[in-house]
Design a protein around this ligand. Sequence first.
Ligand SMILES: Cc1cc2nc3c(=O)[nH]c(=O)nc-3n(C[C@H](O)[C@H](O)[C@H](O)COP(=O)(O)OP(=O)(O)OC[C@H]3O[C@@H](n4cnc5c(N)ncnc54)[C@H](O)[C@@H]3O)c2cc1C
Length: 221
Amino acid sequence: IQADGNVKAGALALDANVAQVAAEAGIAGLEFFSGIPGTIGGALRMNAGCYGSETKDVLVSCEALDRQGRLHTFTPDDLHMTYRHIELPDDYIFVSAIFRGQKDNPENVLARMAEIKSKREASQPIREKTGGSTFANPPAEDIAKAGLPEGTKVWQLIDMVGGRGLKIGGAVMSEKHCNFMINEGGATAADLEALGEEIRKRVDERFGITLRWEIKRIGEP
Ligand SMILES: Cc1cc2nc3c(=O)[nH]c(=O)nc-3n(C[C@H](O)[C@H](O)[C@H](O)COP(=O)(O)OP(=O)(O)OC[C@H]3O[C@@H](n4cnc5c(N)ncnc54)[C@H](O)[C@@H]3O)c2cc1C
């Protein structure tokens, strides 16, 4: 915790630990990190966020190494951070970040974190084998073009095309939150990708919307 209330974290720190340390020190603004499973490095790369806040909103600056070992400092503007996306070559490695915090009473901050936790427990299958949200919410213009109500979320599209509970091999779209793909046990990468692609096909056919995978896929299934 810095004298000005900002919080410096290494890229390997867990988001949840950063939120907890900040909360106990009476620093508000980083509560949303408590709900994101992963590290600060992953949060920077994904511009991770939840419940109305995302990494770019609180990021002051971050440091990353390039393949030649040179250290670079970036602001959110430098990285053109948008919804679950940043612009930086894949081979840059984040090493640390400074986040903006505001002074608050630790009890208030901890209470907000507890609220996030209970919301998640109630609405997401967080105890299952899952990678979290499978697809990003489509841009507002795609939703408007499809004639859908403003603010329609990707889980609603998946639901409308019969995706909730849809299963291929050991892979299933969660009954609890149908944008979460679950490995029920023994799902292969091919099962998971085929299920995701089936959802994308159905949503494209019905609404003309091309869903963007939020889960990063590596290699060939
Ligand atoms: C149950 C569940 C719920 C989730 N809920 C949310 C949510 O609400 N909001 C949300 O945004 N995400 C959510 N996620 C997705 C995931 O938690 C986030 O994307 C998280 O930021 C990933 O962090 P990680 O450290 O696990 O990174 P990884 O998943 O290991 O990697 C993600 C990407 O970041 C890159 N990366 C990781 N570390 C570094 C580094 N140091 N430097 C450069 N690149 C790096 C990787 O190469 C990869 O491209 C959820 C996932 C699960 C399983």
